[in-house]
Ligand binder design. Structure first.
Ligand code: ADP
Ligand code: ASP
Ligand code: MG
Length: 405
């Protein structure tokens, strides 16, 4: 008998029929002799709808109230899935994140889990029930309801799997696994049977939104076996595993794309020590995460600093930069939300020269201009005009030999 955590994303519980299919699958998993803990997301695009409603009633998004609002989405799914299980003769009970013992910090809308106390979930399992837990939410040390950031139900599932010492955490979604590129962008993308944690983290960090980055980090830290698979076909999908040293590493495993970031440029900055420190301290103090950073070569003692932030942080980042502009003696601050990023990811690129050259040659052959570049030991990212991203991903997928036959 195994203990399996099964997480179902928004599309997987999108309507009554899909919820029925999920309940059938949970019932089958139980009949096969396993214990199951279910984690659910809000139905379909319900979280987006709630955010739009919030914007319709208020020009600001008060974080505490936004969290209270958004957690309602997962509550609806958990109750409906639990009812559907009952209708199939499977005894179950639903639990909010707070009831499931998910204790977070007080950073509303992107709270981090501090502690797991899943006593009620364990009791429910011991009583022979299937616990159905609302994903994406917890309760803070101040006893307020929090959310874990967009896509956070993946974190809920992995955290529960770790705390309960589950045998596997299954992430059910609307594609059959992790692909060599987003299958909605590249029709010739291939499903990968296995992906290493290192590669999956780079993919998740650069737009491969099939798994939320923090869930991959958490799974690795706690050695939780992760299996990404389809709630439409139920076929085996992709396992996220520690790299097997006996395997030959693919030079490039996947191409990712991301249009969720924007660029800020602080122009005419004095080229002297301490300026960048002041600028990025101000951004950090405002809680803004900075991703790529480029500083251009200075002329006449002046330089430009460009960096990317989440589009949702662009207004705050622009404000923060304008705030320090005079302090650091910069001339201007400009913002640009029409950028996108493409990245190539592969553990084998460490030992293969020529990968960067082929990436740049491919983009150039397609008339695509590179605006920013950043690298890690197993990833190269380029920032481009947003409208070029689709073509860039497809061209790179072909150039690196990833197209399905
Ligand atoms: P869920 O609601 O189930 O959490 P998400 O929308 O968060 O689903 O993630 C699944 C989506 O991730 C897919 O529909 C797919 O378009 C997208 N995606 C992006 N990159 C990849 C990739 N490399 N492999 C698979 N899916 C990907
Ligand atoms: N419903 C939340 C979101 O849309 C959490 C999740 O789906 O994982 O971000
Ligand atoms: Mg998701």
């Amino acid at each position: 008998m195994a203990l399996i955590v099964q997480k179902f994303g928004g599309t997987s519980v999108g309507d009554a029929e899909r919820i029925g299919a999920v309940a059938d699958h949970v019932a089958r998993t139980r009949e096969a002799g396993n214990e199951v803990v279910v984690v659910v997301s809000a139905m379909g695009k319900f979280t987006d709808d709630l955010i739009r409603l919030a914007d319709d009633v208020s020009p600001t998004r008060p974080p505490r109230e936004l969290d209270m609002l958004l957690t309602a989405g997962e509550r609806i799914s958990m109750a409906l899935v639990s009812m559907a299980l009952g209708a199939r003769g499977v005894e179950s009970a639903s639990f909010t994140g707070s009831q499931a013992g998910i204790i977070t910090d007080t950073d509303h809308t992107r709270a981090k889990i501090l502690e797991m106390r899943p006593d009620r979930i364990r009791e429910a399992l011991d009583d022979g029930l299937v616990p159905v837990v609302a994903g994406f939410q917890g309760v803070s040390t101040e006893k307020d309801i929090t959310t874990l950031g967009r896509g956070g139900s993946d974190v809920t599932a992995v955290a529960l799997a770790a705390a309960l010492h589950a045998d596997v955490c299954e992430i059910y979604t609307d594609v059959t696994g992790v692909f060599s590129a987003d299958p909605r962008v590249v029709s010739k993308a291939r499903r990968l049977a296995k992906v290493s944690f290192d590669e999956m983290m780079e993919m998740a960090a650069t737009g491969g939104r099939v798994l939320m980055l923090r869930s991959v980090e958490f799974a690795r830290r706690h050695a939780v076996p992760l299996h990404v698979r389809s709630s439409f076909t139920w076929e085996p999908g992709t396992w996220i595993v520690e790299e097997d040293p006996t395997m030959e590493e693919a030079v490039v495993t996947a191409i990712t794309d991301d249009k969720s970031e924007a660029k800020v440029t602080v122009g005419g900055v004095p080229d002297k020590p301490g300026v960048a420190a002041k600028l990025f301290r101000e951004l950090a103090d405002q809680g803004i995460n900075v991703d790529m950073i480029v500083q251009n070569t200075g002329a006449n003692g002046l330089t430009d600093i460009s960096f990317t932030v989440a589009k949702t942080d662009l207004a705050a980042a622009g404000e923060a930069c304008n705030h320090v502009k005079d302090v650091i003696g910069a001339l201007e601050v400009t913002t640009d939300d029409n950028i996108g990023r493409v990245s190539i990811v592969g553990a084998g690129m460490k030992s293969n020269p020529g990968v960067t050259a082929l990436m740049f040659e491919t983009l150039s052959a397609n008339g695509i201009n590179i605006e920013m570049i950043s690298t890690s030991s197993i990833r190269i990212s380029c920032v481009l005009r947003a409208e070029k991203v689709g073509d860039a991903v497809r061209a790179l997928h072909t150039a690196f030999g990833l197209d399905a036959a």
